[in-house]
Design a protein around this ligand. Structure first.
Ligand code: HGY
Ligand code: MN
Ligand code: MN
Ligand code: MN
Length: 405
């Protein structure tokens, strides 16, 4: 099956007709449809299909028990109103690259695996890379069982409703020990390749990044009858903090985003009792990230005090800088140097990935495919079919080069 036809089949799954964006949240109906698509692709190719203890899907050519497997893949879930490529491009390209290897009559001496990691975006339960973190032991069962979505549904309840056993989740070191190399292909979430005029790039590193929850607690009251001087309104200190985040990020050469907010009681005519804002901040190095988050929190405390409201700040997740395996990265560059048509620059990214979670536990690398809009986590996310096909061919070269050694 060609890349094009696989892509066309997956495209409508979980897509909003209004915005064209995706709502493929973990353990929902759209997620189940994506998983059914993955299983169908695996079985149509005669691959050994399995779901691991954490709900990640795997398709194998050869017996993984032989070890030293070459694995590729990504995720199929999305952020709210996300784009079509973030995640799915890596999974569709994996199957298409396998088809290309078969078409070449490639002789592989190592098992080849394709993986769909569950709940990479964390759109429903607020933590990114749940499937890969559980497998890597970077998230405890207790922490996972406490994850709760906006409707108060816990991760175990959601898994159970989707037909999975939440009591089986946990670290899977044996599975990781069988992987000799993991290569994730992903649409670039930025414009570096567009600016350099290249179709495909190799990742050097993932910036350190984290999520912090800012709770501004004031006093609910009547919007019409409460004098300004008598208010303990948390909203102004939240708003001032958002502006401070932008200012401090520019000063530190970092990025900071308040992209999600929850207000209680959330009534037009009620002064809020609570304004809860989530900060996503990232920087090319740890020192800059520490500087910007410290400065934002300091400013927030000053604003809260000035409005007589209380502030609690809690770090909800953090991923340290990921330097991808140099030897593997250089091996990919060497393999791809054989394709004289393709110049393959090395570039860093501020986006987190399952590859970032596996890195350090498994030799890991990433390939990026050009995104002419540079936009991601939005329906405007894009990659041309020519560039996607170039990505598939580069991935096939890499898999063949690695699985032949
Ligand atoms: O948030 C991220 O960087 C990733 O897309 N989950
Ligand atoms: Mn993403
Ligand atoms: Mn992604
Ligand atoms: Mn090197």
């Amino acid at each position: 099956m060609s890349f094009h036809s696989m892509w066309a089949e997956l495209l409508p799954v979980g897509r909003s007709s209004a915005s064209g964006g995706y709502r493929r949240y973990a353990w929902t109906g759209a997620d189940a449809d994506c998983r059914a698509w993955f299983r169908q692709q695996a079985e149509a190719r005669g691959l050994a299909y399995e779901v691991d203890r954490n709900g990640n899907q795997w398709a194998w050519l050869g017996d993984p028990a032989a070890g030293n497997a070459v694995v590729t893949g990504s995720h199929l879930d999305s952020v709210p109103d996300g784009g079509a490529f973030d995640g799915p491009l890596g999974v569709v390209s994996a199957f298409a690259a396998l088809d290309e290897l078969r078409g070449r009559g490639a002789r592989l001496t190592r098992p080849l695996g394709i993986v769909n990691f569950g709940d990479e975006e964390g759109a429903r339960f607020g933590l990114a890379c749940v499937g890969s973190r559980l497998t890597a032991g970077a998230l405890t069962v207790e922490q996972a069982h406490r994850l709760t979505d906006g409707d108060g549904v816990t991760l175990p309840q959601a898994m159970e409703a989707a037909g999975y056993d939440p009591d089986g989740i946990g670290p899977d070191p044996e599975r990781l020990a069988r992987i000799g190399a993991f290569v994730e292909l992903h649409v670039e979430q930025g414009r570096a390749l567009d600016l350099s005029g290249d179709r495909v790039g190799i990742a050097s590193a993932i910036w350190p990044h984290g999520r912090w929850r800012f709770d501004f607690r004031g006093e609910a009251n009547h919007a019409g009858t409460t004098r300004l001087a008598d208010r303990r309104d948390p909203m102004p200190s939240y708003a001032e903090t958002v502006l401070a985040a932008r200012r401090e990020a520019e000063l530190a050469g970092a990025v900071a985003t308040f992209g999600k907010i929850a207000v209680e009681p959330n009534g037009v005519n009620a002064i809020p009792s609570l304004v809860r804002g989530w900060l996503d901040s990232r920087a090319a190095d740890q020192a800059s990230l520490d500087t910007v988050v410290t400065a934002i929190e300091k400013a927030a405390r000053e604003y809260a005090a000035a409005h007589g409201v209380d502030l609690t700040v809690e770090r909800e997740s953090f991923t340290p800088v990921v330097e991808f395996d140099h030897a593997l990265r250089d091996e990919l560059a060497l393999i791809l140097s054989g394709d004289t048509e393709l110049r393959v620059p090395v570039l860093g990214t501020g986006a987190g990935h399952d590859a970032g979670i596996l890195s350090g536990r498994v030799p890991t690398a990433m390939l990026f495919v050009r995104n002419p809009t540079g936009v991601s986590h939005s329906p405007a996310e894009h990659a041309t079919e020519d560039d996607c096909v170039a990505g598939v061919s580069a991935l096939a070269d890499v898999l063949e080069g690695l699985a032949r050694t």
